[in-house]
Design a protein around this ligand. Structure first.
Ligand SMILES: *Cc1c(COP(=O)(O)O)cnc(C)c1O
Length: 395
């Protein structure tokens, strides 16, 4: 856990490279890694004072590690948050948020269009503890407000959604949440703080799977929760300290270096995705393209208002169904057939039979996941090579 005092007033790209680090006595230029489980105290009295919290300092790497803290401070700075708690994965960031802040009897209102495992977490694990969830359509503000009860403590969403890239007005939803005394948590995995700052729009909590764009090269698992000292610094950090889903020191170092190039990468992913979306619109085999950067996207104006760019994910519906979709995927030679995203390598997925394969055909139809839907997470290869690879299967 970290606090704001050590943050600079510099602009985003500068903070992404510089914030959070205090050089050691060795005067290293690149950030040092501290792979140690515990820390040594000067005396018995020093140990006692640190354990009681009377004086700050490192104790044990489950909850205090300098490399992890550097990552936390840098990400908090980028999200304009008071503090940040790093976790072992994106899922443990969501778990730490819910279990750190809610109790039996509390209620969550969540967007229906969230990461599949988050749905499983809410329905199968969090529900067992007596914390129930009502799912609503992401962009339907009336439905959000109607679903709030006296027990509702948390509103949870991702925007844009995956794979259909629908948005919600974060500012409007934050106002609804606060009117009813609820916290608004935004999973900012798809945009990252380089493209969208939910806290500036009124959200209370920002959650990350650092595994995706923050790493950016598909190497490490990690997550983070950003927010105020009162909410994240107390409840979420308390859960981390006692329950222990700690980010590894090595992973924190990789993510720290990932943050340095985040803005450059997010704009490169976005530029390539926009070009691909515009190209897909022109292909006769394609029925519909989902990308918030297209003027035809029903929420294009909202995307321009609350994001600084449109992100790396593009989905499209073929005129054909599953057979044509699988044929397109199998004809690619460059793209990776995997459901991961946020990598330098472009990935291609058939949501109906992978990420959404466990849903019934009716549930899939409800969620708008047709058999001809393809999702591409555009990487950093040359866009002409990506188009050529797709053309093999389209024609
Ligand atoms: C991948 C993902 C998660 C889960 O993160 P892990 O690091 O895989 O645990 C949560 N939310 C979104 C939007 C994701 O894409």
């Amino acid at each position: 856990m970290t606090d704001k005092e050590k943050k600079s007033e510099a602009n985003f790209a500068t903070r992404a490279v510089r914030d959070g680090y205090v050089r050691t006595h060795e005067n290293e230029h690149s950030e040092a890694i501290f792979p140690t489980s515990s820390f040594v105290f000067a005396s018995a009295a020093d140990a006692a004072a640190r354990f009681s919290g009377e004086i700050p300092g490192n104790i044990y790497s489950r909850f205090t590690n300098p490399t992890v803290r550097t990552f936390e401070e840098r990400l908090a700075s980028l999200e304009n948050a008071e503090c940040c708690v790093a976790t072992a994965s994106g899922m443990s960031a969501i778990t730490a948020t819910i279990l750190g802040l809610l109790k039996t009897g509390d209620h969550i209102v969540s967007s229906r269009s969230i990461f599949g495992t988050t749905t499983v977490l809410l329905e199968n694990i969090v529900a067992k503890l007596g914390i129930s969830t009502t799912f609503v359509d992401l962009s339907d503000l009336t439905a959000w407000e109607k679903a709030i009860t006296a027990e509702t403590k948390l509103l949870f969403l991702e925007t844009p959604s995956n794979p259909l890239l629908e948005l919600v007005d974060i500012e409007a939803l934050a106002n609804i949440a606060h009117k009813h005394g609820c916290l608004l948590a935004v999973d900012n995995c798809l945009c990252t703080p380089a493209l969208q700052l939910p806290i500036d729009l009124g959200a209370d909590i920002v959650i990350h799977s650092a595994t995706k764009y923050i790493d950016g090269q598909g190497r490490c698992m990690g997550g983070a929760v950003c927010g105020t000292k009162d909410v994240v610094g107390d409840g979420v950090y308390g859960f981390l300290r006692s329950a222990g889903p700690t980010m590894s020191t090595f992973n924190a170092w990789v993510f720290l270096k990932g943050l340095e190039t985040l803005k450059l990468r997010m704009h490169a992913h976005s530029a390539a995705a926009k070009e691909l979306a515009e190209w897909l619109v022109q292909q006769p085999e394609v029925k519909k393209v989902y990308y918030p950067g297209l003027e035809s996207h029903p929420q294009h104006e909202l995307a321009k208002k609350q994001q600084s760019d449109f992100g790396g994910l593009v989905s499209f519906e073929l005129k054909g169904g599953k057979e044509e979709g699988w044929r397109l995927i199998d004809a690619t030679k460059l793209l990776s057939i995997t459901a991961n995203l946020g990598d330098a390598k472009t990935t291609i997925t058939h949501p109906a039979t992978t990420t959404h394969g466990r849903l019934s055909p009716e549930q899939r139809a409800d969620a708008g996941i047709s058999d001809g839907l393809i999702r591409i997470a555009v990487g950093l290869e040359d866009i002409e090579d990506i188009k050529a690879d797709l053309l093999r299967g389209l024609r």
